[in-house]
Design a protein around this ligand. Structure first.
Ligand code: NAP
Length: 332
């Protein structure tokens, strides 16, 4: 005789598409409560007390919050980055953390490449210039940009997305690629299309040689503030910096200094130390900065694919199965 699986308590802390919410509701008791909205905070807190599983993103889950969730078995993050979670506290409690690697790789690389193009060719600045009615005669040198094809591309963080950016640069734009990561990637085995086109390079050398530096790093104790005054100072005169990883890997005051007083040509930023970007941040209106509102994975297709994977992960863990994408926690 088959038994009906027990319904468990699921707390959705950031809205899910209706079809994925329905998948959860078919099997479990679901509360949707967004703790960022003051009026939903009491419902969030109440649901936390009995939650077996959480699903959502963009909210700090620290040890104090976990202490309010005594039954919690799993958190399914609708993101690949896991810097919002206290990994040590999760490990200590034996709570599983799932995330959404892979499904957002190509879309995020597209965003990063858009920033490379936008900064090098001054796309946003010049589109605004046309919109504002300044195009009244042929343009002169003062509005010229700089080539992207053939330039040396430096990539900090050569994982899934870093490699996808490298493919666009090396295969589409003929760019030699230098990359920095703690371990070299076995290109012949893991990324044969990049073999002979990308080289593992020490950070300082990469910064000195690259025309365009892309940071595609996860945020960790090791990468926090990795790009500071010394690093920006090493960059080639006229180089461009793009950040598609996490804002806090960059010391923003050092970046501003390099833009204002150094030789950095421009910066393209999808991520910031504080998000949404504060109204008084000089990065918001800086003439050399193209700032995006953290849209790396923000297409209809990819955000839906992330929700599907995160929902599957959660359902699998609650069913006692191995989830598709679990994040390996440090030893508890
Ligand atoms: P991934 O496959 O895990 O790649 C991470 C890369 O960073 C690896 O090459 C890793 O290599 C390197 N790395 C880690 N720590 C390092 C350190 N201390 N120094 C140098 N390199 C280091 O992750 P992914 O899927 O490419 O995603 C990367 C990050 O992008 C995510 O963690 C997330 O924060 C961010 N992201 C942003 C958006 C957006 O909307 N803008 C979207 C998706 C992801 P080693 O381990 O060999 O060092």
């Amino acid at each position: 005789m088959s038994t009906t699986p027990t319904r468990q308590q699921v707390l959705v802390f950031r809205e899910l598409p209706p079809d994925q919410l329905a998948r959860l509701q078919a099997q479990h008791d679901v509360t949707v409560a967004n703790p960022r909205l003051l009026e939903q905070l009491p419902a969030f807190r109440a649901a936390l007390a009995t939650a077996d599983g959480l699903i959502g993103s963009s909210y700090k889950v620290d040890a104090a919050l976990l202490a309010c969730a005594p039954q919690l078995k799993v958190i399914s993050s609708v993101s690949v980055g896991v810097d919002n979670y206290d990994l040590q506290a999760l490990a200590a409690r034996g709570i599983m953390l799932c995330h959404t690697p892979g499904v957002l790789t190509e879309t995020t690389a597209d965003t990063v490449f858009s920033l490379i193009m936008a900064t090098s060719r001054r796309l946003v600045e010049l589109a605004n210039w046309v919109r504002e009615g300044h195009w009244t005669s042929n343009i002169g040198e003062d509005l010229f940009g700089w080539d992207v094809h053939g330039k040396t591309l430096g990539i900090l963080g050569f994982g899934r997305i870093g490699q996808a950016v490298a493919r666009r640069g090396a295969l589409g734009f003929g760019m030699p690629v230098l990359y920095h990561s703690r371990r070299p990637v076995d290109l012949a085995k893991d990324a044969p299309e990049l073999a002979g086109k990308a080289s593992h390079t020490p950070l300082d050398e990469l910064l000195q040689r690259a025309d365009i530096v892309v940071a595609m790093l996860p945020l960790s104790n090791e990468t926090r503030g990795l790009m500071g005054a010394r690093e920006f100072g090493l960059m080639k005169p006229g180089a461009i910096f793009v950040n598609g990883g996490r804002g806090a890997t960059v010391q923003e005051t050092a970046l501003l200094h390099a833009l204002n007083h150094g030789t950095l040509r421009a910066a393209g930023l999808d991520v910031f130390a504080t998000e949404p970007l504060p109204m008084d941040s000089p990065l918001r209106t800086h003439p050399k900065v193209t700032a995006l509102p953290h849209i790396g994975s923000a297409t209809f297709e990819t955000r839906h694919a992330m929700a599907v994977l995160a929902t599957s992960n959660l359902l699998q863990v609650l069913a006692g199965e191995t989830p598709q994408a679990v994040f390996e926690l440090p030893p508890g």
